[in-house]
Ligand binder design. Structure first.
Ligand code: HEC
Ligand code: HEC
Ligand code: HEC
Ligand code: HEC
Ligand code: HEC
Ligand code: HEC
Ligand code: HEC
Ligand code: HEC
Ligand code: HEC
Ligand code: HEC
Length: 255
């Protein structure tokens, strides 16, 4: 067994060597998958961005800029990073909406925007019978509902015809007693709606404006603003590099 004490250092050295070469490999492959400079041709005058220098010398993590899956996941994989324009187009117009699904490597990127869906309603019908004076606090009288039944028998997904959508019919009816639940805006929706784990979700996506009152471009910045914001808020925060109204041509080469 004594010979082990001679072999051990050798094995250790070999492991160290392997580890060192692995680190070396990671470094070179990082460089290989990372363009050193990026040229943006655009209406403001072309911009040359020192990509590699920003990462290597200014020590900025990939995901700080490439935040395609949110902040907690390493996003730059398989030698790929998405164009910012995949998610920050000039406009969220029909062309974008019809084609955008094809610009992502796989479905895990979708949840960055299609980030929540509602499943069943949290509503205890039995208990509510006691809270109300009678069934007609919520159900229509006999002239509309011959007998109490599911609202969805008549109220549908959209405001079709004269009839309120299921959403408005439900909300309006619950509001009679639960106005407070709607007061807190989007953060209060989950008092009645079960939220779905989007990584498991397989249904259709609800459009943003069913839940959000703001337009999509106020939720997700359009292209130019996405670049300007990302580049300039970092510069401004750290008081480095070009930012502010007078320094346009430190990025844009006009002429
Ligand atoms: C300071 C911000 C920043 C950092 C840090 C950064 N990138 Fe980028 N990267 C960009 C921008 C901006 C683009 C251009 C995207 C576009 O054209 O829409 C880009 C483009 C790329 C592209 C090319 C994408 C394409 O369209 O082909 C790759 C690959 C890439 N980055 C990888 C990386 C990797 C890997 C790291 C970390 C080692 C990294 N980047 C760090 C901002 C950054
Ligand atoms: C997979 C989609 C996706 C990609 C790719 C993407 N973004 Fe975003 N980005 C979003 C979404 C969604 C938001 C909305 C705010 C949120 O969810 O935090 C956002 C927000 C932003 C914001 C607002 C501030 C912030 O960080 O929350 C800036 C600036 C931004 N993105 C710039 C960029 C730039 C520059 C790139 C390319 C390097 C990029 N984004 C790539 C989806 C994406
Ligand atoms: C607080 C409001 C409220 C009160 C009070 C109420 N209901 Fe309902 N009821 C509803 C809602 C909302 C639905 C639809 C639930 C759904 O679709 O999941 C419903 C559904 C029903 C259904 C259809 C159930 C099914 O699964 O097909 C029946 C039957 C019904 N109610 C009977 C009654 C009767 C009888 C009373 C009075 C004793 C009553 N309800 C009181 C709100 C109420
Ligand atoms: C048999 C069809 C039918 C069913 C079932 C039904 N509704 Fe309606 N609902 C109507 C009609 C028709 C109107 C329009 C009444 C009017 O204009 O006076 C209406 C109107 C409404 C309105 C608008 C305000 C009002 O009272 O006129 C609300 C809110 C509403 N329904 C909620 C509900 C809820 C909640 C349920 C289930 C508990 C439900 N409805 C079930 C047919 C139905
Ligand atoms: C007639 C009045 C009335 C109506 C209409 C009504 N509720 Fe309620 N609801 C109550 C009362 C009273 C309670 C129990 C006290 C409390 O928790 O606020 C309650 C409790 C609840 C709770 C549990 C709250 C908690 O904090 O645990 C939920 C969820 C809820 N209701 C959902 C609904 C939904 C969804 C509707 C519409 C379909 C609705 N309610 C319509 C009176 C009503
Ligand atoms: C007091 C309970 C309650 C609250 C709070 C609430 N909802 Fe609802 N919501 C309902 C009911 C009841 C329905 C209709 C029943 C159904 O769709 O099964 C509904 C339906 C909807 C629908 C339509 C779903 C479909 O399948 O057509 C949307 C979208 C929706 N709600 C969005 C929201 C948003 C966004 C918020 C927060 C701002 C919110 N809700 C808060 C009770 C509530
Ligand atoms: C940058 C945000 C963003 C990302 C990432 C994104 N989507 Fe969308 N998607 C939208 C917007 C905005 C709409 C327009 C409808 C709306 O208002 O919700 C939409 C609509 C859709 C629609 C409905 C199209 C129609 O014709 O009504 C489908 C289906 C869809 N997206 C699938 C996907 C899939 C699959 C992915 C991932 C591979 C994805 N989306 C990634 C923002 C995004
Ligand atoms: C089913 C409802 C629902 C749908 C559909 C939905 N959202 Fe949201 N969204 C929410 C809720 C709820 C929050 C607040 C989350 C919280 O505070 O916990 C939110 C928050 C956000 C935020 C964070 C900033 C803010 O305004 O609070 C962005 C950005 C966002 N959503 C973008 C989108 C985009 C883009 C779409 C469409 C592709 C979309 N959402 C579709 C419910 C929805
Ligand atoms: C997360 C922070 C961060 C982001 C995002 C960022 N920068 Fe920088 N930038 C820096 C830092 C740090 C410096 C170094 C300034 C110094 O050392 O004087 C710098 C310097 C620069 C300079 C001058 C020196 C050089 O390297 O060229 C330019 C031009 C520049 N950035 C352009 C951009 C552009 C274009 C973008 C967006 C595509 C961007 N930056 C995004 C942090 C950032
Ligand atoms: C930190 C670097 C930086 C600074 C400073 C900067 N920009 Fe930009 N600008 C960019 C980048 C990166 C783009 C995106 C290029 C693209 O879309 O491919 C851009 C895009 C633009 C566009 C093109 C819009 C389009 O539709 O093609 C205009 C116009 C513009 N900037 C104007 C300005 C003005 C005016 C200022 C000064 C107030 C300014 N920029 C400051 C980096 C910068």
């Amino acid at each position: 067994m004594r010979s082990n004490s001679k072999i051990l250092p050798v094995i250790l050295a070999a492991i160290l060597l392997l580890a060192a070469s692995a680190i070396g490999y990671i470094k070179t492959s990082e460089k290989a998958q990372m363009p050193a400079r990026i040229l943006f041709q655009n209406n403001g005058g072309k911009v040359i961005f020192s990509h590699l220098v920003h990462h290597r010398d200014y020590q900025i993590n990939c995901i700080q800029c490439h935040h395609e899956k949110g902040t907690d996941v390493m996003t730059v994989e398989d030698n790929k990073a998405l164009d910012c324009g995949s998610c920050h187009p000039n406009e969220f117009n029909d062309e974008y909406i019809n084609n955008h699904m094809d610009s992502f490597p796989n479905e895990s990127y979708c949840v960055r925007c299609h980030h929540t869906e509602y499943e069943a309603i949290i509503f205890d019908h039995e208990e509510h019978k006691d809270y109300a004076d009678d069934c007609y606090d919520c159900h229509h009288g006999k002239e509309i509902e011959p007998e109490p039944q599911k609202c969805a028998n008549c109220h549908k997904g959209d405001d079709s015809g004269d009839l309120l959508s299921m959403r408005l019919a439900g909300h309006q009816s619950c509001t009679n007693c639960h106005e407070d639940m709607f007061d807190k805006g989007l953060s209060s929706c989950k008092s009645c709606h079960v939220q779905v784990d989007m990584t498991q979700y397989e249904g259709d996506f609800t459009s943003c404006n069913k839940c959000h009152e703001s337009e999509t471009r106020e939720l997700v910045l359009p292209r130019m603003n996405a670049f300007h914001d990302q580049c300039m808020s970092c510069h401004e925060e750290n008081e480095v590099g070009p930012y502010g109204p007078d320094n346009c041509n430190q990025c844009h080469i006009t002429r």
